[in-house]
Design a protein around this ligand. Structure first.
Ligand code: PLP
Ligand code: COI
Length: 362
């Protein structure tokens, strides 16, 4: 669908020297580009007023439904600069399709896939100088989101909604060393999702609800928390913002099946395909935390990692829970790093993209 964006250039855009300074040490999600995209939906009119405008505060009525009932969804994706200077999105239609599944769950309007991708492309084009050089796995993190902006306190699906896209140049999510192992706290107390809940929707409330467990993890010296499904059946789900994989000594690449309570990660799907091409036997099934712990103890599982757009692929050094502590072998995580390189090589254009996943935008 050809969409025409009204482009309002930011008169206070950063100078090239200022952009260079922040790209030298971007952190994660601290700095934002000069522009943002906004598209409005109203019940009568559908999607309209597609605009690229200066990045800045939103004007929201204090009664806007999102502020009270959390009717909100978001996505996370990245633009990668290749060595020849070109800029590419990675499987953007997957984000657009997941966004619509999240929208359906949260009674928000569907956004046509083409409009989602056009909105992302419009922002990356106008702010392309913020896409960092590929060194250090830097990239431009893109955050599309949709909020119930209607001013109304009744509990019902909002009749005015705003879709926005913002972007932030980023380095590694876990700090400067992207391949250092992380310790994971496995919470037996807090659940992130249950059957029929919002676990497979990317909605803000899931993340607010995960924080208490994350802080429990910090108290135990862990970086992230792994959740067990709420039924009490000891089913491993995922981390607060990442999926999880285990690798067996015999080359099985195992991840919890998509049973409706976890997010269907695009990195997860990518790893399953890249891993299979590398000769791993990919397995999607239900697995219990106890099975993970026992499998590490008896040497069945030799590596584990977490994965997501923000976190990329990070080796797991150990799991801790009230049940005990299990360390993965400190052998440099060779299988995890082979998969990691396989994915990053495609994203950064270092190998031929035989899967057809990269989309040039600048
Ligand atoms: N699980 C959760 C809860 C997430 O927030 C994310 C991040 O988006 C993921 C998994 C990984 O998804 P993706 O690989 O699409 O970024
Ligand atoms: C992403 O990986 O894009 C996410 O949304 C996860 C979030 C914790 C940053």
């Amino acid at each position: 669908m050809p969409v025409s964006f009204d482009v309002q250039t930011n008169p206070d855009a950063r100078s090239d020297a200022e952009v260079a300074t922040l790209l030298a040490a971007p952190g994660f999600g601290e700095y934002f580009t000069d522009h943002m995209v906004s598209i409005t939906w109203t019940k009568g009119q559908g999607w309209h007023s597609a605009t690229v405008k200066p990045y800045g505060p939103l004007s929201l009525d204090p009664s806007a439904a999102v502020l009270h009932y959390g009717q909100e969804i978001f996505e996370g994706m990245k633009a990668y600069r290749h060595a020849d200077g070109s800029v590419h999105l990675f499987r953007p239609e997957m984000n657009a399709e997941r966004f619509n599944r999240s929208a359906a769950r949260m009674m928000l309007p569907e956004l046509p896939v083409e409009l989602f991708v056009e909105g992302v492309r419009a922002l990356v084009e106008v702010d392309a100088r913020y896409v960092p050089q590929p060194e250090g796995e830097h990239s431009l993190y893109i955050r599309p989101f949709m909020i119930a902006s209607e001013a109304f306190l009744g509990v019902r699906a909002a009749e005015e909604v705003t879709f926005l896209v913002i972007a932030s140049p980023v380095g590694p999510y876990f700090g400067s060393d992207g391949v250092k192992g992380v310790d994971i706290w496995v919470t037996d107390e807090w659940a992130r999702a249950g059957v029929g809940g919002t676990g497979n929707a990317k909605c803000g409330g899931n993340y607010a609800a995960s924080l208490i467990a994350q802080y429990e993890g910090y108290d135990h010296g862990c970086t992230q928390v792994m959740f067990i499904e709420a039924s009490g059946k000891d089913r491993v789900e995922e981390l607060g913002g990442m999926n999880v994989f285990l690798i067996s000594a015999s080359g099985d690449l195992v991840t919890p099946a998509l049973t409706g309570t976890i997010l269907d990660g695009i990195t997860r799907d990518t790893i399953l395909k890249v891993g299979a091409a590398q000769g791993f036997t990919t397995v999607e099934r239900r697995l219990s935390a106890q099975e993970v712990f026992d499998g590490i103890a008896d040497g069945t599982y030799v590596e584990a990692f977490c994965c997501g757009t923000a976190a990329v692929i990070s080796p797991i050094s150990g799991f801790k829970s009230k049940r005990g502590e299990w360390r993965l072998p400190e052998a440099g995580y060779p299988k995890t790093l082979a998969i990691r390189d396989g994915v990053l090589d495609i994203q950064y254009g270092r190998v031929d993209d035989t899967f057809g996943w990269t989309h040039r935008v600048a």
